[in-house]
Design a binder for this molecule. Sequence first.
Ligand SMILES: Nc1ncnc2c1ncn2[C@@H]1O[C@H](COP(=O)(O)OP(=O)(O)OP(=O)(O)O)[C@@H](O)[C@H]1O
Length: 242
Amino acid sequence: MSPGLHADIAARRGEFSLELQFSLAPGATAAVLGPNGAGKSTLVDALAGLVPLTRGEVVLGGRALERPSERLRLTPQERGLGVMFQGYCLFGHMSARDNVAYGLRARGVGRQRARAEAQVWLERLGVAEVGDLRPAALSGGQAQRVALARAMITRPALLLLDEPLAALDVSARAQARRLLAGWLAEAGTISLIVSHDVRDAVALADELLVVEGGRLTARGTAAELRARPPTAYVAAVLAEDA
Ligand SMILES: Nc1ncnc2c1ncn2[C@@H]1O[C@H](COP(=O)(O)OP(=O)(O)OP(=O)(O)O)[C@@H](O)[C@H]1O
């Protein structure tokens, strides 16, 4: 088994079925691109352990996270992934610093050490001054950085980012895109970034995974897919970025 991520996923959500397979090498950054309702968030939820697999397996760094044939299913906490959900899902009753410290606290790190480490991450992401604020008092850009710090602080083997830039306005977005690309390169972890914005996907990821109707319809670099688009959606969406 390769040391990266191996995902063979079959999952259902109501009438919707997701069925796809892919592997990512250590350090790879891939973007999941697809139209509304294609199953991108369901894929993130399945990897994170929030939607059960009906068949298949998820193996990360040689460790099986889920394998229904063996009734193996680690809880979201046991998987130890870094997840940034759509809309960030920060804890409203905690300060930004305690939100970031949460992953360390959940792993048994003492309060003072976890808070000090969280402050280092807030500084690293350029929002040192917001540590005492509650999420409701943060701007969109600040909340994005706090959510990212929260996902990255445990140095997870897999980082799942669901629409990490969607809540930002146009002017903040271009800068945040550049910064995020730099942070992901520095982190060196496997990153899977969900986006329906092709510019974000191309800027942040080495490779695109295209999901349509719950199936993987294309995989490759933007240049490869543009040269030979396998579906009408791929042709149309990559034309936007040309
Ligand atoms: N809780 C749920 N119960 C039943 N069906 C659901 C549920 N959540 C999502 N779905 C359905 O699953 C399908 C995939 O949804 P999903 O949110 O994964 O798509 P997406 O690609 O992330 O879309 P978007 O770009 O709009 O966020 C959709 O048809 C949706 O209606």
